[in-house]
Design a protein around this ligand. Structure first.
Ligand code: ATP
Length: 217
């Protein structure tokens, strides 16, 4: 099996920004958001269930599901959010496994925002967190998603806390500085994960988590 590094982080922390950089250097990316998007778009059973549950208010003019509106509704209703997650996650995890099977790079990056919420921590060999202070997250998502300060704060309050994420992570990219710094992390972590994957494939790992923690602060 390929060596799996799970990449997690709160909304707007920079997961896509980081995974795009790993992609550029040839690392296979398995992105649960992209998988979810494809399931909603192409799995007719799933899309029908969503349409039945939420009705016309989440549909585009052409009757397709408007993911932005869907996200808006589920972030305002915990039961609806859990319903949707429970509907999608078994399929997302199945597709994740399919994609992992066919990865070509010596390690792969599994982008999974809900790693903690869905209790998937043990499904990866290593956990890499993109960490950003909440204030910065709020600023970024207001700008990117054109939402209010209140909405941004509400979305973040529904997610796992920054502290909980830090506590389960092996490695951290602190994404609060100039974006150019990200390339240094990418360079370093690619060497590091290639090394760990080689050891893993030679079955030489005894207690890698204990010996190689790279939380930089
Ligand atoms: P989501 O959880 O919503 O999918 P994400 O964790 O994938 O978000 P990105 O989409 O990578 O986060 O980043 C969120 C926004 O913040 C984007 O508009 C991105 O360009 C910007 N951004 C990311 N990193 C930085 C940074 N270091 N400085 C300034 N802006 C940044």
């Amino acid at each position: 099996m390929t060596y799996i590094v799970a990449l997690t982080g709160g909304i707007g922390s920079g997961k896509t920004t980081v995974s795009n950089e790993f992609k550029k250097i040839g690392i296979n990316i398995i992105d649960t958001d992209t998988i979810a998007k494809n399931i909603i778009e192409f799995n007719s059973t799933i899309s029908l269930s969503i349409k039945k549950k939420f009705g016309k208010k989440i549909l585009n003019i052409d009757n397709s599901i408007n993911r932005f509106l869907l996200r808006k509704y589920v972030f305002n209703n915990k039961n609806d959010r859990l319903w949707l997650e429970n509907l999608l996650y078994p399929k997302i995890y199945q597709e994740t496994k399919n994609q992992i099977k066919i990865t070509q790079s010596n390690w792969c990056l599994w982008v999974v925002p809900l790693l903690i919420e869905k209790k998937l921590e043990k499904k990866a060999h290593r956990i890499l967190l993109v960490d950003t202070p909440v204030k910065e997250q709020i600023k970024r998502i207001i700008k990117r998603d054109n939402i209010s300060h209140v909405e941004a704060k509400k979305i973040i309050s529904l997610q796992t806390t920054r502290k909980a994420r830090i506590s389960i992570s092996d490695d951290i990219i602190f994404n609060n500085k100039n974006i150019k710094n990200i390339n240094l992390y990418i360079y370093y972590f690619n060497i590091f994960y290639s090394y760990l994957s080689e050891k893993y494939h030679k079955k030489k790992i005894i207690d890698i988590k204990k010996n190689y923690l790279t939380k930089f602060y």
